[in-house]
Design a protein around this ligand. Structure first.
Ligand code: 13P
Length: 251
């Protein structure tokens, strides 16, 4: 049975004290969420150490938002996967569209990052998704397929146990314009098929596929009711503990 996950991606928001307060508020409300829904919070690098102290021993897991594509050494400003593991991260997000768009994150780099994350015991939340132009040109299936193939086809069925996919249509991120439940389900089912083509039906069945893009308490229920949507990767609404928890309660 695949895991249900609601993950908050804080992006570049909150100071460290604000982030610690937000994490405490999420932990305080975590008992209001069904026990089979895993809560994850992804914070900026600066917040990981103090937030790890807050979530330690609770049901909330910690994630980074990115990691380096090299193991260690002269890469000023980068943070390595083993550093993330050493502060208590269980996950890292990789390939978020904002990183692909603004920081030249290529699929080739994502293969390296995923390898290093897995080798250091981290689980990976790999983001895929088309932009508006690609959606309007009817290329959304092709874009997601190639992003999945270029990265995940370099891994094994065993590795897939530690990989979560997040479908985030770029046109829905931070725009208030959510994909309809049907639009999201159609792509999620397709992504599951692309995974099945390489790894077999059972691995595909067991892979958690999250939806991200203007997911909020008012639309989460309909999205999460879809057969192939196994939770959400939440941006803006994850910055308020009540909203984040309300989304997780939508199950
Ligand atoms: P929003 O929920 O703010 O649209 O962001 C989604 C996202 O990018 C999560 O990674």
């Amino acid at each position: 049975m695949r895991k249900k996950i609601v993950a908050g991606n804080w992006k570049m928001n909150t100071t460290v004290p604000e982030g610690v307060e937000l994490a405490k508020a999420v932990v305080a409300k975590s008992n209001e969420v069904p026990a089979d829904v895993k809560l994850v919070i992804a914070t900026p690098f600066t917040h990981l150490y103090p937030v790890a102290e807050v979530v330690k021993g609770t049901v909330v897991s910690l994630s980074a938002e990115n990691c380096a594509d090299h193991e260690k050494g002269a890469y000023t400003g980068e943070v390595a996967a083993n550093m993330l593991a050493s502060v208590g991260c269980e996950y890292t997000i990789l390939g978020h569209s904002e990183r692909r768009q603004y920081y030249t994150e290529t699929d080739a780099k994502l293969v390296e990052k995923t390898k290093l994350a897995l080798a250091n015991g981290l689980k990976v939340i790999l983001c895929v998704g088309e932009n508006l132009e690609e959606r309007e040109a009817g290329k959304h299936f092709d874009v997601c397929e190639s992003q999945i193939k270029n990265v995940l086809y370099n891994f094994t069925a065993e590795d897939m146990k530690n990989i979560v996919v997040a479908y985030e249509p770029v046109w829905a991120i931070g725009t208030g314009k959510t994909a309809t439940a049907d639009q999201a389900e159609e792509i999620h089912a397709f992504i599951r098929k692309v995974i099945a083509d390489k790894f077999g039906a059972q691995v595909a069945e067991d892979t958690t596929i999250l939806y991200g893009g203007s997911c909020k308490p008012s639309n989460a229920k309909e999205l999460f009711a879809q057969k192939d949507i196994d939770g959400g990767l939440i941006g803006g609404a994850a910055l308020k503990a009540e909203d984040f928890i309300a989304i997780a309660q939508s199950y």
